[in-house]
Design a protein around this ligand. Structure first.
Ligand code: ATP
Ligand code: MG
Length: 342
């Protein structure tokens, strides 16, 4: 098979499933901003179809979608330079996902740890959408022929599945049509952990608000959550090896490193030997300094919802210009009559 050259293009998404938090910011949003530039087209999405794989109150979903859009812009995404939109306004995602539902195998989906974590013990009562989530995610990415996908570490397995779907589709139909996507999982905080439990990732859907720092938290709340964050009684080590077996300490150091754009080694050279009583206020000051300008700007943008809706409409139009011909060509490859005539 000949190697097709795909134009480099970045795609990623965030669910409007609750409050944007520090893990989303460091693992995803901040990286999205880093990748925005003249060299690559960047496509960023509020994945509302993913959000409803678990119950969402309709009013809250609409609010979270707009607030997430405000979060993207406040963090530095320029809606002129990047394509910024919500998933449900581009029906090609769901249409390609159906094709991929017919490519992906049950066994592949059953191995997904996000499915196992989110469905928990009650798989029989989980939605079919939650099970099929990774197939829709593959469609989100591949409907743009995206080559690079910045995500947090928890999405690594879903990106491997995306590659498997592209490979199987290309193989089954004898084409070289879908690119084999590169995950971009980089930085000091690719997996920010819960502040209450160093073994669990920070999540929008964690019932405890004390487990995460929300982008909309005020300075006092951020300081309180960091002060109460679970730690161990020892002082901070001076090198990375000293973080072994200390997940909570590692988490706070990783957060400090990512927020200050330093490596973990650099941070430990500075704070090694300090007790948490001294380190936590340093971390709180840094988090407030970095996050409060973003939350202030988010609140300002939320004051003009009509403008947010216009940005999303325009983004969806631009997204469809890329997605529609790729879906149409997919239908043609699969043998669907009428495809390609539009
Ligand atoms: P939910 O609990 O509803 O799944 P979430 O907090 O996991 O929400 P998502 O919308 O699923 O957020 O993920 C958006 C992006 O943020 C993804 O790229 C994901 O990898 C990243 N991300 C989520 N949680 C973390 C985390 N704790 N640390 C680093 N990155 C994260
Ligand atoms: Mg998630």
């Amino acid at each position: 098979m000949t190697e097709t050259k795909f134009t480099p293009r970045v795609f990623s998404g965030i669910q409007p499933s609750g409050n944007l938090h520090l893990g989303n910011y460091l693992g995803a949003l901040k990286r999205f901003v880093d990748m925005q530039g003249p060299e690559m087209e960047t496509v960023y999405c509020m994945v509302d179809l993913h959000a409803i794989t678990v119950w969402q109150d309709p009013k809250e979903l609409a609010h979270s979608t707009r607030e997430l859009c405000a979060g993207f812009i406040a963090a530095g995404i320029d809606p002129e330079q990047s394509i910024l939109f919500n998933q449900s306004q581009v029906p090609e995602h769901a249409q390609l996902a159906w094709i991929f539902n017919c490519v992906a195998r049950m066994g592949w989906m059953q191995r997904m740890t996000q499915w196992k974590d989110k469905a928990g013990k009650n798989q029989q009562n989980a939605s079919l959408g939650l099970f099929a989530y990774p197939s829709l995610m593959a469609a989100d990415i591949l409907v743009y022929h995206a080559t690079h996908v910045p995500v947090g570490d928890d999405q690594k397995q879903h990106l491997e599945l995306t590659r498997d779907i592209a490979i199987k589709f290309n193989h089954d139909y004898g084409v070289d049509f879908f690119p084999i996507t590169e995950p971009v999982i980089e930085g000091a905080a690719t997996r920010v952990m819960s502040l209450r439990d160093g073994g669990k990732k920070m999540s929008k859907s964690d019932p405890s608000d004390m487990s995460r720092i929300n982008m909309t938290d005020d300075a006092d709340t951020i300081a309180k959550k960091i002060r109460k964050a679970k730690t161990d009684p020892d002082a901070l080590p001076s090198d990375v090896d000293g973080l072994e077996g200390r997940p909570e300490a590692r988490n706070l150091v990783n957060i400090y490193a990512a927020l200050s754009d330093q490596t973990v080694e650099q941070v430990l050279a500075e704070v090694g030997g300090k007790q948490f009583g001294e380190f936590k206020p340093m971390l709180a000051d840094l988090a407030v300094a970095k996050l409060s300008p973003i939350s202030t700007e988010m609140a300002r943008l939320m004051g003009d919802q009509a403008e947010i809706d216009r940005i999303l409409d325009r983004g969806a139009e631009r997204a469809r210009e890329i997605a529609a011909p790729i879906l149409s060509r997919t239908y043609e490859i699969v043998g669907m009559v009428g495809a390609g005539r539009a």
